[in-house]
Design a protein around this ligand. Sequence first.
Ligand SMILES: Cc1ncc(COP(=O)(O)O)c(C=O)c1O
Ligand SMILES: N[C@@H](CCOP(=O)(O)O)C(=O)O
Length: 392
Amino acid sequence: MVLKCIECGRKYDENDLRYRCECGGLLEVVTDLDRAEDVFDGKNVTLWKYKSWLPVKSRVSLNEGGTPLYKLKNLEKGFGVEIYAKNEGANPTGSFKDRGMTVGVSKALELGMDKVICASTGNTSASLAAYAARAGIKAYVLVPSGKIALGKLAQAIIYGARVVPVRGNFDDALRVVVEASAKLGVYMLNSINPFRLEGQKTIALEIYDQLGFVPDNIVLPVGNAGNISAIWKGFKELYEKGITEKLPRMMGIQAEGASPLVRAWKTGEKFKPIEKPETVATAIRIGNPANWPKAWRAVKESGGLFESVSDEEILQAQQLLASKEGLFVEPASAASLAGLIKLLEIGEVDRSESYVLITTGHGLKDPNVVLNRFTLPEPIEPTLDAFKEVIR
Ligand SMILES: Cc1ncc(COP(=O)(O)O)c(C=O)c1O
Ligand SMILES: N[C@@H](CCOP(=O)(O)O)C(=O)O
């Protein structure tokens, strides 16, 4: 396997320690499709079932992947469309990042690296910390001070990472991490690292394996824009290998206050970062998505779209998923349903098609966002009469 620049096509050895091309372009792994096996029988789905599609030989694993794909029957009745959710909150640390980290940390060991680093709005740091612990190597995680959900911070701390709060947002932290990885000999495991995205492309492989068909549309939240690029790469490889005959449309959803891709998409202007991103969905509070050229290509090639949703729409969708389907996801993940609802309302989508929402992270990671919106009633006396009063 080799690394290839998505801008100029220059190739590099897979063991070159680099994250970008000399021209500055993003790199991607060129998968050896002759080696990739047709294992799609709908059985025993886990990430490592697809090892012949992945660019590593070693394996640092916590049994990631194999996440449930639910048919959202109650929401389907309400909205009159076929909807599924691929629930990535069921991964070992509660988000899709584990798919990237099992491959990324395995690659770090193959390259002989004993220190890893990332910038994070929370989930990447939790996941990197866990996989570094499993591998017995040191993790440094830089997070925007005061802007990371409680559960994610607790995870990074308890897994033993060196947590470094930064006075600034995610984009500022990532700048420092990119410099540190170039100058201090630490291996960077943000999604600019193409091996991270190889792990994440297994979401596509699993969706096909579990459904037995390629859905018409994939709807997912977009932050640093790695996941949408990775999932598209997975579907394209299935297609290029001749296993599937169809490709889905990729629909990327951003929060209104952090939506540089939506702005460029809708205005036709050149992509420009947002200086001060803001949203209740802290996981996607990102103004300068590092993978934006890959995400743009995924949406363009697939005939998809970018759309934005307000914080209120995100929180309502979070409540809907929990109260109608028993799925508690974090706010960023609910942006996928919020996006689909908005697209249905404005008539931008076809009601006869199927939609798979990627619910990217577990709701328990960010309990405050729920507790801040709801107040408990006064306590009652411990008697049946008091309870009867309540339900009267
Ligand atoms: C829960 C959650 N959802 C969505 C995203 C967005 O994914 P990406 O950065 O790959 O676009 C992130 C991280 O950015 C996340 O943590
Ligand atoms: N939401 C992410 C942001 C960083 O994205 P990455 O995929 O580039 O690591 C996080 O959890 O930190």
